[in-house]
Design a protein around this ligand. Structure first.
Ligand code: 5GP
Ligand code: MG
Length: 186
């Protein structure tokens, strides 16, 4: 078995789930659709930290319109379970009135986090708001709002790598790994 086939994080086994080349392809396709939609229109990208940093790095290099970047934080996750409650929006440095806003996420699970962010951003009176996420778990997402750009739909499994962590570790992994079926959530 090649050494990339599995990783162990905090004693849990994670198996290779999405290879770097498939992730890059999904990002390239999302970027193409975003470029087609906005054309030359300036946009403000809102990246939701921490998990989105690798997606942002790859996606933004492919966007052709003028882009302003805002990095925000909202935490809804403790360990492997979505807490279902989000505390606070941190890090927005400028007003968004009349801006065309593109929110970028690494993964959408229940959509709670984004639901909260959208509610906060609506107060800013942006000209438009769209959402791009590398991954989506459609079986969990509550469909409370439209998702304009989704890289890949995945089953309800806990994943790490490519920016995403398990209790703080695993973000640097170039591929995405899923918790092994033989492991259980704490
Ligand atoms: P939601 O609010 O949609 O349930 O969860 C959204 C956030 O939870 C994501 O931005 C991400 O930070 C985290 N998250 C959701 N699913 C996973 C997962 O499978 N793995 C990791 N590492 N984080 C996840
Ligand atoms: Mg995220």
């Amino acid at each position: 078995m090649s050494k990339d086939q599995q990783v162990i994080i905090h004693g849990k086994v994670f198996e290779l789930f999405l290879e770097k080349k498939d992730i890059k392809k999904a990002i390239k396709e999302m970027a193409g659709k975003i470029n087609d939609h906005y054309g030359d229109q300036s946009i403000t990208v809102i990246g939701v930290l921490d998990g989105v940093f690798m997606v942002l790095a790859d996606l933004l290099k492919r966007l052709k319109m003028p882009v302003s970047l805002e990095l925000v934080k909202l935490k809804s996750y403790q360990g492997m379970q979505s807490s279902g409650s989000v505390s606070k929006l941190l890090g927005l440095t400028s007003g968004l009135k009349d801006h065309h806003v593109l929110i970028v996420e690494d993964i959408i699970d229940t959509g709670e986090t984004l639901g909260y962010l959208l509610q906060e951003l609506r107060k800013e009176q942006a000209a438009s708001i769209q959402i791009a996420s590398l991954l989506l778990k459609p079986s969990v997402f509550k469909n409370r709002f439209p998702l304009e750009y989704v890289g890949l739909e995945i089953p309800e499994r806990f994943v790490v790598g490519y920016g995403m962590d398990y209790d703080g570790e695993g973000r640097q992994l170039p591929h995405v790994y899923a918790l092994s079926g033989s492991e259980s959530l704490p």
